[in-house]
Design a protein around this ligand. Structure first.
Ligand code: SF4
Length: 219
């Protein structure tokens, strides 16, 4: 496979709206490729956030390109909100899957869209303990086992990495969604502005956090 030389590609990098959590149909993929050809976009990058990005797109064409794509706009939020949700295919799509991670990722995306957070917050939802979406090193991590979901908070995979803390296990879909919201609300109410969850957990009592979120009346 031959790629254009880096210096020959204009310095623009536009995230394409979609696909959702890395899942895409052949029709959508063909549509994306055909739009890229029509607009002379030289490269399409698969990003670490499971999105596709047009590399070298003329920014003046963004509106037309977006209109042609006709798929939901899930551009990452900047700052205060869930930055992105990664989910693996999970049960039904992957032979190791124990829970429906893709479906849960979609629900998280829809149901937690309103939440205001102190800093960038990345979510990883994995359908089994192999954790392909690196749930232990996401701000909010969730992975499935036969008995239900495990929820983890405060992980980070950056320059100062941290393994997140397990908050609860054996949760069903509604329980994990409710708990995820309460954990994020606890973080939002107590963290400093721009403080990532990993740094927040370094000076926060896990016992206090668990008490508050597992026993919501005490928040
Ligand atoms: S985490 Fe498990 S279910 Fe998800 S893709 Fe990896 S192996 Fe499959």
């Amino acid at each position: 496979m031959k790629f254009p030389a880096p210096d020959s590609v204009p310095n623009t990098y536009q995230v394409v709206p979609g696909p959702e959590m890395g899942m895409v149909t052949p029709e959508v993929l063909e549509n994306i490729a055909s739009i890229a050809r029509e607009h002379d976009i030289p490269l399409i990058k698969i990003t670490s956030a499971q999105r596709l990005a047009f590399v070298g797109m003329d920014p003046a064409e963004q509106e037309i390109v977006n209109a042609k794509l006709g798929i939901p706009n899930i551009k990452p939020t900047k700052g205060n909100g869930l930055t992105y949700i990664q989910a693996c295919p999970g049960k039904g799509y992957c032979k190791y899957g124990r829970q429906h991670s893709f479906a849960l990722g979609k629900r998280l995306q829809e149901e937690l869209v309103d939440i205001i957070l102190p800093a960038k917050t990345k979510v990883g939802v994995s359908g089994c303990p192999m954790n392909c979406c690196e749930s232990y090193i996401r701000d909010l991590g969730i992975f499935g086992k036969k008995k239900g979901w495990t929820l983890i908070f405060g992980g980070n995979g950056g320059g100062n990495p941290r393994i997140g803390d397990v908050i609860a296990k054996h949760l069903n879909d509604n329980e994990v969604l409710g708990l995820a919201r309460r954990v994020l609300e606890f973080y939002a109410s107590k963290a400093r502005n721009l403080e990532r969850s990993a740094r927040f957990m370094e000076h926060t009592s896990l016992t206090e956090l668990k008490e508050a979120v597992l026993n919501p009346k005490s928040i």
